[in-house]
Write a protein that binds this ligand. Structure first.
Ligand code: ZN
Length: 241
């Protein structure tokens, strides 16, 4: 089985369309969407429609819940907050209903899918240190998990109590080790590489690859400015941070 995993699209249609073309070439058996389809960029409805066309398993991101008013946005930075207020006005009733019905965690085949962490997923916290990662790994019923949220692709492996991290675009799932792979972001990468990210999991080989795709960043940035969203949102996607 081959799975393609993608998310943190954040209304960036240009990045999503570029990634969809590459993802189709992977000939996946199933698509998995890690959430945060909306927020930050100017095409939330279009992005939801494109994602649905792939018939993926989808979990909820914090921006998805915030955009329909079921998540407190007190902790959002002012730009994220403004973008969420804007997104709320754009979303169709049908799309709001869809976002509200998304689950926080899904188990697919031999892996777990969750936006932030398998530990207290409703809190949408970041895995910022060893303790957070250990809680996440221990909370996971499977040996493999996929997350997004930080927009920084990397993997965390626990092997006989020993924890290791890697920013290589490659992770191996073997033996008794437990692995969580952050698949990076389609629409707002933050690892100083502005190219859109997605991942491929080849179950028979036990490997995960994170891949990057160029897209028309300027076009997306122009739309952000035209929509009167905060300027910084148009700027940061050019630098991947
Ligand atoms: Zn996100």
């Amino acid at each position: 089985m081959r799975y393609v995993i993608f998310g943190d699209i954040h209304g960036n249609l240009e990045a999503l369309e570029a990634v969809m073309e590459k993802m189709a070439n992977e000939k996946p058996d199933k698509y998995i969407c890690i959430g945060d389809i909306v927020g930050y960029c100017a095409n939330p409805n279009e992005c939801i429609d494109r994602v649905l066309s792939l018939n993926p398993v989808i979990v909820a991101g914090n921006h998805d819940y915030a955009a329909i008013g079921i998540l407190n946005v007190d902790f959002f930075n002012p730009y994220a907050f403004k973008a969420i207020e804007w997104t709320k006005e754009q979303l169709t009733a049908e799309h709001k209903e869809l976002l509200g019905n998304l689950k926080l965690v899904q188990q697919v085949d031999n892996f777990t899918v969750v936006h932030s962490s398998p530990y207290n997923p409703e809190m949408f916290e970041y895995m910022e240190n060893n303790y957070d990662v250990l809680l996440a790994i221990n909370a996971m019923d499977t040996h493999l998990g996929f997350v997004g949220h930080s927009h920084i692709p990397m993997s965390f492996t626990s092997n006989k109590g020993h924890l290791s991290f890697s920013t290589e675009p490659y992770a191996q799932v073997k033996g008794n080790s437990k692995v969580i792979v952050n698949i990076g972001s389609v629409g707002q990468p933050r690892d100083e590489n502005p190219e859109a990210a997605y991942a491929v999991y080849n179950k028979s080989e036990g490997v995960v690859w994170v891949k990057r795709v160029e897209y028309d960043i300027q076009k997306c940035a122009d739309k952000i400015l035209k929509a009167n969203l905060p300027d910084i949102l148009a700027e940061r996607i050019k630098h991947g941070r």
